[in-house]
Write a protein that binds this ligand. Structure first.
Ligand code: DAK
Length: 258
């Protein structure tokens, strides 16, 4: 875990913490950082002792987007074959909950990275935006899609077409972040949230994440049918028996992840 150059990966109890760490480039997401990030996420996802993951940057910047210097001379074929977007897709495949702890700038691919996570805790100084239009491009990692599904067409148009930035308070008002806390608290708050998630029944947690994501990707009837199937499936787990027995005997459940 310690061989990374552009991120720092740490374990705190049952939470895997990943700090984006290219301070001189405002944590710009170059391909090395994206590869290291997705490798660390895959390692945490495979580790039974980890129940949830937090991704953060620094107080000043979460991430200022894809690395403009790296991209500036790219051809369409370079963009297609670089595998860059596949790395964003790998984040989507992570089965454990991911909390983004955002302070300072979350711009372009940095905002898209936060939106790819499952929950967002923001500091009061967080600023969200899709400034790609200033570079003669558009968002390419979900910024026109996830954002629109969350905030609706009209605000999304302003953010994507006219580089409208959102403060943390606005982002909370528009349903883009779970909570806003003082700068000194944002990482602790995200870690506490992740510790709570990590203490929950692992299989139910995973299925719950999958099911909520399904709601964004399928028509309602298909989503409801999916929910029902996985709901039945959970009755095959030892944790379901344990959870209900613990309730009836007024004791704390001990999850096995089986
Ligand atoms: N890339 C590379 N370097 C960056 C950077 C970035 N995105 N953002 C900042 N830096 C670097 C600056 O160049 C500067 O480095 P030096 O010049 O000192 O070497 C250093 O970080 C500090 O930046 P500033 O001097 O500009 O600091 P300020 O405080 O004045 O401004 C800022 C901070 C974050 C407001 C500003 O740096 C800024 O506007 N940065 C660019 C933000 C931006 O436009 N982000 C969108 C990038 S495009 C894809 C899918 C998605 C994407 C790409 C491909 N596929 C489907 C293949 C995503 C695209 C994007 O995100």
């Amino acid at each position: 875990m310690s061989d990374y150059e552009t991120i720092i990966a740490e374990v705190h109890d049952r939470v895997g913490l990943i700090r984006l760490n290219r301070p001189r480039a405002f944590n710009a997401l170059n391909s090395q950082l994206m590869r290291e990030l997705t490798d660390a996420l895959a390692a945490f996802d495979a580790d039974e002792d980890i129940g949830a993951i937090v991704i953060t940057g620094s107080e000043r910047v979460f991430a200022a987007g894809a690395d403009i210097k790296e991209m500036s001379t790219a051809t369409p074929v370079d963009m297609l074959t670089s595998g860059y977007i596949d790395l964003f897709d790998r984040i989507r495949q992570v089965s454990k909950p991911i909390v983004a702890a955002v302070s300072g700038f979350a711009l372009g691919g940095g905002f898209e990275l936060a939106m790819t996570c499952d929950m967002i805790v923001a500091s009061e100084s967080a600023q969200f935006g899709q400034p790609e239009i200033n570079l003669g491009i558009i968002p390419g990692a979900g910024g026109t899609q996830r954002l629109t599904r969350t905030v609706g067409k009209y605000l999304a148009m302003e953010i994507v077409l006219n580089d409208r930035r959102l403060t943390a308070e606005e982002a909370a008002r528009f349903g883009l972040v779970n909570r806003v806390v003082p700068v000194e608290r944002y990482l602790d708050e995200a870690m506490e949230l992740a510790q709570q998630l990590a203490a929950r029944a692992p299989i139910a947690l995973r299925i719950a994440k999958e099911s909520v994501n399904k709601a964004l990707e399928t028509p309602l009837s298909e989503g409801l049918a999916y929910e029902r199937r996985v709901f039945y499936l959970l009755f095959a787990t030892e944790d379901q028996k344990e959870g209900m027995d613990a309730f009836m005997h007024k004791r704390k459940a001990e999850w096995k992840g089986k």
